[in-house]
Design a protein around this ligand. Structure first.
Ligand SMILES: [Ca+2]
Ligand SMILES: [Ca+2]
Ligand SMILES: [Ca+2]
Length: 363
């Protein structure tokens, strides 16, 4: 079986489907009682085909030679995808009441970059996003004033290996044993796959040196003029161009600062969440008054799937058009200079309904 990990043929798939059917008997979220060396979980396909690049389908874990060998299969090859991270939250002592939410260790295997699709050519140096693979760990630490907290702590381990739609990696069993129950040998972990991408922030400064323009917040930008800060399109995954920022403009009236954002493609307001792959694009506006007197900067977020936010007299409002977003922020009397930064992020989560339950001493 071991040699088949990276080349899953039809016979192995048949075995996997049977194992998955057995795993599906367990109630979601419960720890399967173990005694097993090997577990395979399956996960539904995303109904929305545009989410296929974030869609986890199968996860297998098997204890072999002091390692938990993990195999994640996605719906699409990694080379067509975006930054992908599978996170395992280990309940090392198989006791949900110890640790934080039961867990004593978190292990992540990741590939890619948030700022480029996996098939992008290197923009500097020679490493393609697909070659950027790593394994990282988070452990429990004594917190100041009692209790415990998560702290990033690199335990070592080898980076994952990518082959088409399959990622394989190993977690040394001693990481679990060291945090486990000295009298017990069972442990469990949950599996969540996160995929994400981000556009680089666009920044623009604005001085209110005249009465400004009569901006109408309707998602259309024909009334706008003035300087445009531009950003090239095509940096995000091809199915996420509705979150790809291409331009930023600022304008003002007596009472408001206006912000217009251009997006590469339509689809932001009409975003539909998927029941399997959860997540949506988020535009973040950072507005910092600079002069004449310092006031608190404001940071607000606009989620995909919303056509508008706020209404008259709200501290901020936004209206989403086809490929543009218009937003308005309160301008205090006399404030005449602003710095505005806009960025876009998309983060998806696909969590396996059942946990993996294993036994270090199972034959
Ligand atoms: Ca899925
Ligand atoms: Ca625990
Ligand atoms: Ca308008």
């Amino acid at each position: 079986m071991l040699a088949l990990h990276r080349h899953t043929g039809p016979f192995v798939l048949a075995a996997v489907v049977l194992a998955a059917a057995a795993a599906a008997q367990q109630a979601p979220g419960t720890t399967p009682n173990s005694g097993k060396r090997s577990v395979t979980l399956s996960d539904p396909a995303a109904a929305n085909k545009d989410r296929a690049w974030s869609d986890a389908r199968e996860f297998k874990a098997e204890i072999v030679d002091g390692e938990i060998r993990c195999t994640l299969r996605m719906e699409k090859p990694f080379v067509e995808g975006m930054f992908t991270c599978v996170e395992l939250d280990f309940d090392c002592d198989d006791k949900p009441k110890t640790g934080i939410d039961g867990a004593e260790l978190r292990v992540r295997a990741a590939v890619g970059s948030r700022f480029q699709p996996n098939n992008a050519e290197p923009t500097n140096g020679t490493m393609k996003p697909l070659e950027h693979v790593r394994l990282s760990t988070t452990t429990l630490d004594e917190a100041d004033g009692g209790g415990r907290r998560w702290i990033h702590h690199q335990l070592g381990g080898s980076p994952p290996v990518i082959d088409d739609a399959v990622m394989t990696f190993s977690v040394p069993t001693r990481w679990v044993k060291e945090r486990g129950d000295r009298y017990g040998s069972t442990f469990s972990f949950g599996v969540e796959v996160m995929t994400s991408c981000s556009d680089q922030p666009i920044e623009l400064l604005h001085t209110c040196g005249d009465p400004g323009l009569p901006i109408v917040l309707d998602g259309k930008t024909a009334e706008w003029s003035g300087a445009v800060a531009v950003d090239p399109p095509g940096e995000l995954h091809e199915r996420l161009r509705c979150a790809d920022l291409t331009g930023l403009r600022l304008e003002h009236s007596e009472s408001h600062l206006f912000v217009a954002v251009d997006l590469a493609e339509p689809g932001f307001a009409g975003w539909r969440n998927d029941s399997d792959v959860d997540g949506r694009p988020i535009l973040t506006f950072y507005v910092e008054p600079l002069f004449p007197r310092y006031q608190e900067p404001k940071r607000v977020a606009l989620s995909g799937g919303q056509a508008s936010v706020g209404r008259d007299k709200a501290p901020w409002m936004a209206v989403v058009g086809e490929k543009t977003v218009e937003a308005a922020f309160e301008r205090k009397s006399g404030q005449s200079r602003f710095r505005v930064i806009v960025h876009a992020d998309v983060e998806f989560r696909d969590r396996f309904a059942s946990r993996v339950g294993l036994d270090l001493e199972a034959k």
